[in-house]
Design a protein around this ligand. Structure first.
Ligand code: PMP
Ligand code: GLU
Length: 389
């Protein structure tokens, strides 16, 4: 009998991708499905980026590049981090990978081993605990509440730290809740970490999609945080480049960068050369007008969807500060979020992601990264489902 590794047997499929794929398959079979499951902008990639990609192809920019990225792209990322995030990273402290997911995989693989505990605020983005388990680490979940807008407190962080704690994963703004840590909140968490050897991953992929308050990069809090934080970002969400596969990490530990470069050199090598050239146009200001327009459209959709969902009896949702998700409380109607979402899909053809996939039952995630007309129709269907439940 042929066998598989325990590590791969224990890995689950991404539930967000699984539900989006199911919705797409049902649609292809001719079923009337509205999907709010994918965390993916419905906009096309800005024109300047598309043009730059075509230019790169026509110039024959089609060969292998340096594993960690071409110098011009590394410089554009370094400049962006300085200009927008008040972060000083040299080009030697940045690694470009195939999406932020790949950057996360690389960091966790490079840092986590058996016995290491990783602190993950719940609800979390589905991929984090799977990557930690794949590296044989132990997930330690820090439960948050809707009343606290799904944020961990400094005391909670302090109480969760043990001699085995190796890493904390922060996502700001958050997928699935859209909450955003303020500068003061990050400062308070930083105080707790002072004097420890705990790494912090700060996943900032939704950084440009902020509607209330202002965004602060975790590593910009102080020099101690700069040393311990690995900043993760990418262009998938804010620049509508999900299919291009472009993400990056920045960290001050050059040894860690070298180790990750080694890993990437033995796995995927460089990100597609054309994507790299095109991404420069997404970072240097050429696409800013279009990026701004997309943000404004998301904000309008957020306001509309929040108001409509909060008007449905049995549902309620906190207004998200950022990202493009509503984390909707459906516990009055049904606590079992998997069952709720299955029935919703079967009965009214609406696909959303069950909260349990993010570690919190009694909720579902509704992505508003789709057009207003579909949002309006989808929420009407959700309302009729809830009324008949
Ligand atoms: N982090 C978070 C919080 C996300 O929601 C996503 C979305 N897939 C990613 C990372 C990865 O994005 P990508 O690999 O497309 O850059
Ligand atoms: N991050 C997106 C989401 O949460 C895309 C799917 C995925 O990569 O898991 O829906």
């Amino acid at each position: 009998m042929y066998s598989y590794s325990d590590r791969i047997n224990n890995l689950s499929e991404s539930i967000t991708i699984a539900i989006s794929t199911l919705a797409r398959d049902l649609k292809a079979q001719g079923k009337d499905i509205l999907s709010f499951s994918a965390g993916e902008p419905d906009f096309n990639t800005p024109q300047a980026i598309r043009e730059e990609a075509i230019k790169a192809i026509q110039e024959g920019f089609t060969k292998y590049t340096a594993v960690c990225g071409i110098p011009e792209l590394l410089q554009a990322i370094s400049d962006k981090l300085k200009r927008e995030n008040d972060l000083n990273y040299t080009t030697k402290e940045i690694i470009v990978s195939n999406g932020a997911k790949h950057s996360l995989f690389n960091v966790i693989a490079a840092l986590i081993q058996k016995g290491d505990e990783v602190l993950i605020p719940t609800p979390y983005w589905v991929t984090y605990p799977e990557l930690v388990s794949y590296s044989l680490g132990t997930n330690v979940f820090l439960q948050t509440t809707q009343g606290n807008n799904f944020k961990i407190t400094p005391q909670q962080l302090k109480d969760s730290i043990t001699p085995k704690t190796k890493m904390l994963i922060l996502t700001t703004p958050s997928n699935p809740t859209g909450m955003l840590y303020s500068k003061e909140e990050l400062q308070a968490l930083a105080e707790v970490l002072k004097g420890t050897n705990i790494w912090v991953i700060s996943d900032e992929i939704y950084e440009k999609l902020v509607y209330n308050g202002s965004f602060t990069s975790t590593a910009s809090i102080n020099s101690d945080m700069l040393e311990r934080t690995i900043t993760i970002n990418g262009l998938s969400k804010s620049v509508a480049m999900t299919g291009w596969r472009i993400g990056y990490l920045a960290c001050k530990d050059k040894k860690l960068c070298k180790l990750i470069d080694n890993l990437q050199s033995q796995s995927t090598s460089n990100v597609c050369s054309i994507t790299q050239r095109a991404s420069i146009a997404g970072l240097d200001g050429r696409a800013d007008e279009e990026i701004k327009k997309m943000r404004l459209a998301f904000e309008e959709r957020r306001d509309f969807a929040c108001k409509k969902i909060n008007a449905i009896k049995g549902l309620n949702v906190n207004t998200p500060d950022g990202a493009f998700y509503l984390f909707v409380n459906c516990s009055e109607i049904e606590y079992d979020s998997m069952h709720f979402c299955k029935s919703l899909l079967e009965k009214v053809g609406v696909a959303v992601v069950p909260g349990i996939g993010f570690g919190m039952d009694g909720y579902f995630r509704f992505s508003f990264a789709t057009d207003l007309k579909s949002i309006e129709e989808g929420i009407k269907r959700i309302e009729s489902f809830c009324n008949s439940h």
